[in-house]
Design a protein around this ligand. Structure first.
Ligand code: SAM
Ligand code: SF4
Length: 340
C-alpha cells in the first residue's frame, strides 16, 4: 500500500474525472467485501448462502486499498462497504480503516443486516465509517423472523440505538416493501423513524435471476409508496446536485428523510453515479448487467496507471439504461452476490 499512497499525488493530477459515454459522472463506489451471508431474506437468499464449489478468493485488504485508491484518483469520493453481510469478514475493521485512509475518500458508509451492530457500532464509527444503513424489513418480531430467517429484531433495534449513541452522521433503515408481507407497515415504519430522528429507505423488490416468481408476486411500485406518504404530509424534495437515483421526501416535523429506490421508475438510470466492485474484484457497471469484468489482474499487480486506464476504458462502455422493462434483469443471481 505504501508505494501506491506515495504515487497518489501523480495519480490525482493525471486523472480527469471519470465519465461514461453519455456524460454521467461517478462519485460513489459500492464495494462488496464478501458474498457470504448469515441471513436468508426471502427476496435475496431464501435458502440461505450456499458456497459455490469454485468460490473465488475474496479481495485482500491490499487489493481493496489499490482498488479504492484508483477509484478515488478517478474522482469517486464515497465508498459503501456491503456484501453479502460485510461484517462477517474477520478483517472488517481493518478493511474499513484502510478505505477511510485513502486520500480523496470523504465518506465511508456501510450496509448491514445489523446482527453485530449492538456490540460493534462504536468500534465501526471509530474505524472511520460515518454512515450506516441497517436493513429492517419489519417491526413485527414474528414477521422479521419469517423474512430474514432469524428471530433477532430486538437485537437489531438495540443496534440501531447503539449506532445513534456512537454518533454516526447518517443512519438509515432500509426496508424492502413486499406486497402482502409488510406493505401494511409503511405508516408504522415512517412513525418509527420520524420519532427517532432517523431516515428510511424503501426499496422496491428488484428482480434478479433467482427470484422471478417472488418478484412477480410481491413487487410494490415506488409510486404507490409516494402516494401514501403524500397523504400524510410528506413532500418530494428537489434532487440535490450529485445525488443518486433515490427519490427523497421530507416532512416539516421530521428531521430524517424518506428515500424511495425505485429502479422501475422512469429516468432511474439518468442519475446513476455509482459503480460496483464485487468481493472477487469484478467491476459491475450496472446492478442489472452481465457478470462483471475482472479487474483482479490489475488489482494484484503494481501498475496503478494500467488499473486506471482499464477502469476508464470500461466505464466508457456503460450502457445508458438497464433493460428491466424488456424483462431482462441481467445475470445477477441475487443481490448478495454483488452487494445490492
Ligand atoms: N447484508 C446486508 C443487508 O442486508 O443490509 C448488505 C447487503 S444487501 C444485498 C444490501 C441491500 O440490498 C439490503 O438493504 C437488502 O434489503 C437489499 N436487497 C437485497 N436483495 C434485494 C432485492 N431482490 N430487491 C431489493 N432489495 C434487495
Ligand atoms: Fe443477507 Fe442482506 Fe441478502 Fe438479507 S439482504 S440475505 S442480510 S445479503
Amino acid at each position: 500500500m505504501t508505494d501506491l499512497r506515495a504515487r497518489q499525488p501523480d495519480l490525482l493530477s493525471l486523472a480527469p474525472p471519470l465519465r461514461d459515454g453519455i456524460g454521467r459522472r461517478f462519485e460513489y463506489l459500492r464495494l462488496s467485501l464478501t458474498d457470504v451471508c448469515n441471513f436468508s431474506c426471502t427476496y435475496c437468499l431464501p435458502d440461505g448462502y450456499r458456497r459455490p464449489c469454485n468460490r473465488p478468493v475474496e479481495l485482500s485488504p491490499d487489493e481493496i486499498g489499490r482498488a479504492v485508491t484508483a477509484f478515488a484518483a478517478l474522482g469517486l469520493w464515497k465508498v459503501r462497504l456491503t456484501g453479502g453481510e460485510p461484517t462477517l469478514r474477520r478483517d472488517f475493521d481493518a478493511v474499513a480503516r484502510t478505505v477511510a485512509a485513502v486520500p480523496g475518500i470523504r465518506r465511508v458508509a456501510m450496509t448491514t443486516n445489523g446482527y453485530r451492530l449492538a456490540e460493534r457500532a462504536q468500534a465501526w464509527r471509530d474505524c472511520g465509517i460515518s454512515a450506516i444503513n441497517i436493513s429492517v424489513d419489519s417491526l413485527d418480531p414474528a414477521r422479521f423472523a419469517a423474512i430474514t430467517g432469524h428471530d433477532r429484531l430486538a437485537d437489531i433495534l438495540r443496534g440501531v440505538d447503539a449506532a445513534q449513541a456512537a454518533g454516526f452522521e447518517s443512519i438509515k433503515l432500509n426496508a424492502v416493501l413486499m406486497r402482502g408481507i409488510n406493505d401494511d407497515e409503511l405508516e408504522a415504519m415512517v412513525d418509527f423513524v420520524a420519532s427517532r430522528d432517523l431516515s428510511l429507505r424503501f426499496i422496491e423488490v428488484m428482480r434478479t435471476n433467482d427470484n422471478a416468481a417472488f418478484f412477480a408476486a410481491r413487487h410494490v411500485a415506488g409510486q404507490t409508496v409516494i402516494d401514501r406518504l403524500e397523504v400524510s404530509g410528506w413532500t418530494r424534495l428537489p434532487r440535490q446536485p450529485g445525488a443518486g437515483p433515490a427519490i427523497e421526501l421530507g416532512h416539516p416535523s421530521a428531521k430524517g428523510r424518506i428515500g424511495i429506490i425505485a429502479p422501475y421508475s422512469q429516468d432511474f438510470c439518468a442519475s446513476c453515479n455509482r459503480l460496483r466492485l464485487s468481493s472477487d474484484g469484478r467491476l459491475h457497471l450496472c446492478l442489472f448487467g452481465d457478470g462483471g469484468i475482472d479487474l483482479r489482474p490489475q488489482l494484484t499487480g503494481d501498475d496503478p496507471a494500467a488499473l486506471l486506464a482499464r477502469i476508464r476504458g470500461l466505464v466508457a462502455t456503460k450502457a445508458p439504461a438497464h433493460r428491466l422493462h424488456a424483462g431482462d434483469s441481467g445475470a445477477t443471481p441475487h443481490l448478495a452476490s454483488i452487494g445490492g
